[in-house]
Design a protein around this ligand. Structure first.
Ligand code: NAP
Length: 253
């Protein structure tokens, strides 16, 4: 599988008006990529784009399938073929049981899961036709197994792992590489509201460097910080009933 470089085309990052997406845009731009960034908040997008001449803002809601197809065509018209697509847009809405709010699940799945599918729909046919490309899905360590208050978020992120692995198998001979990213805690507007302890938390620019390094090596699974990710993967090897008891107790349940 070919490693995508700026020579093959541009990069497109969804959800890049803040946090990890914005930091990754700057990191890739500094590595020579022309970077298209999309999100809903235009002023924030333009503020990110203003930080590097290689970054270009495109307003788009990932939940709008038609708009996603249109934006990807606009990006290709402006910047050339999309060689690297990073499906990063995501939201975290904590579940607060015993109140069960199904709309919170709908909203989470719509952005994190369907939004990613809309990006894949816009990217895969063109990449397959060209016989090259790399699409990376930003999942989370919360997708490895259930975590407290993460019933909706964790389920959406677990689905991204399953979907990405399946696509990686199905696209194996197409020249299109699929990778999945599982960050631990990263300091962004999304985590700034958390009142609980966030072990091993790192800055967004550090996360961006780790993601860009993994993408440049065509890794299929990029996960960090290493110790936290390893620990979570290790306890996920336990029998599921033991995992549920242990992880719950560890998180105060
Ligand atoms: N921070 C962490 O600890 C952490 C850990 C693991 C995984 N992640 C994942 O990393 C990704 C980025 O999160 P972050 O922490 O950087 O959060 P963030 O700063 O809140 O960024 C989220 C981005 O998603 C965009 N977005 C949300 N809904 C959207 C929609 N409907 N259409 C288009 N864009 C939308 C937001 O832009 P607009 O509001 O302008 O649309 C924003 O640019 C997410 O997928 C998140 O689940 C984060």
């Amino acid at each position: 599988m070919k490693i995508m470089t700026p020579r093959h085309g541009c990069a497109w990052i969804t959800g890049a008006s803040s946090g990890i997406g914005a930091a990754l845009a700057l990191e890739l731009a500094s590595r020579g990529w022309q970077v298209a960034i999309s999100a809903r908040r235009e002023a924030d997008l333009q503020a990110v784009a203003a930080q590097h001449k290689n970054i270009h803002g495109f307003v788009c809601d990932v939940t709008d399938r038609h708009a996603m197809a249109q934006i990807s065509a606009e990006i290709e018209a402006a910047l050339g073929p999309i060689a690297l697509g990073v499906m990063n847009a995501g939201i975290y809405l904590p579940t607060a049981l015993p109140d069960f709010d199904p709309t919170l699940f709908d909203r989470t799945f719509e952005v994190n899961l369907t939004g990613t599918v809309n990006g894949l729909a816009a990217l895969i046919p063109n990449m397959v036709a060209r016989g090259e490309g790399h699409i990376s899905l930003i999942s989370s360590v919360a997708g490895y197994g259930g975590l407290v208050t993460s019933a909706a978020y964790g389920a959406s992120k677990a689905a991204l792992f399953n979907m990405g692995e399946s696509l990686a198998m199905d696209l194996k001979d197409s020249g299109v590489h699929i990778s999945m990213v599982a960050p631990g805690f990263v300091k962004t507007p999304a985590t700034d509201v958390n009142e609980f302890a966030m072990p091993f938390i790192i800055e967004a620019d550090e996360a961006a460097r780790r993601i860009a390094d993994g993408l440049a090596k065509n890794k299929t699974h990029i996960s960090f910080p290493r110790r936290f990710s390893f620990l979570l993967r290790l306890i996920n090897l336990l029998p599921r009933s033991t995992y549920v008891k242990l992880a719950g107790r560890f998180m105060g349940r």
